[in-house]
Design a protein around this ligand. Structure first.
Ligand SMILES: Nc1ncnc2c1ncn2[C@@H]1O[C@H](COP(=O)(O)OP(=O)(O)O)[C@@H](O)[C@H]1O
Ligand SMILES: O=C(O)C1=C[C@@H](OP(=O)(O)O)[C@@H](O)[C@H](O)C1
Ligand SMILES: [Mg+2]
Length: 160
């Protein structure tokens, strides 16, 4: 059984995947290993388009993998990616929240430099959120509202 975690930046995909399975896979970690530099450096040097190509390649490779896989927030922006996820016969858990909560969680996270958070204004980021929100809903097999919940409460809800 494969479980994908999807949702906007800051929704806790990486955190929750780690708590759900010791041997979880984070797509961003796989990408960083492949490109040999931080994602923010790659965005600046090669552009977002180049990142999206590698992201799609990695998704294709992982789509038949067993276990828990944390995606990056932009995975739903490609029609092909959404098709791969829907066809994978996997559980697709959407960690859903309002933009204010997500913005706060991204802002507090000093361990991860997110290029879109650095390069965009709050208003621009909210526009991206509003474009993506229906796409997460569209492919999710389970929706978990995360606002006001601790990671422990969230994994309990997922396991139930
Ligand atoms: N339920 C939660 N409540 C409070 N903070 C959270 C929660 N889930 C994640 N965080 C924090 O939010 C930040 C982003 O989490 P992360 O797992 O990296 O999200 P994502 O992978 O979806 O971008 C981290 O600093 C993390 O510790
Ligand atoms: O939303 C996005 O476009 C991105 C989200 C990031 O992952 P997280 O959602 O884990 O922060 C990472 O893949 C990259 O910075 C792009
Ligand atoms: Mg992450």
């Amino acid at each position: 059984m494969t479980t994908f975690l999807i949702g906007f930046m800051g929704s806790g995909k990486t955190t929750i995947a780690q708590l759900l399975a010791e041997d979880f896979i984070d797509m961003d970690y796989v990408i960083v290993e492949r490109i040999g530099m931080p994602i923010s450096t790659f965005f600046a040097e090669a552009g977002e388009g180049a990142f999206r190509e590698i992201e799609s390649q990695v998704l294709e490779e992982l789509s038949q993998n067993e276990g828990v896989i944390a995606t990056g927030g932009g995975i739903v922006t490609s029609d092909d990616n959404r098709r791969i996820l829907s066809n994978a016969e996997a559980e697709i858990i959407y960690l859903k929240s309002d933009f204010d909560t997500l913005y706060q969680q991204i802002s507090m996270d000093t361990t991860n430099v997110r290029p879109l958070f650095i390069d965009k204004s709050r208003e621009e980021l909210q526009e991206i959120f509003e474009t993506r929100a229906p796409l997460y809903e569209e492919i999710a097999t389970q929706i978990i509202t995360i606002s006001g919940k601790t990671p422990e409460e969230i994994i309990k809800e997922i396991r139930r």
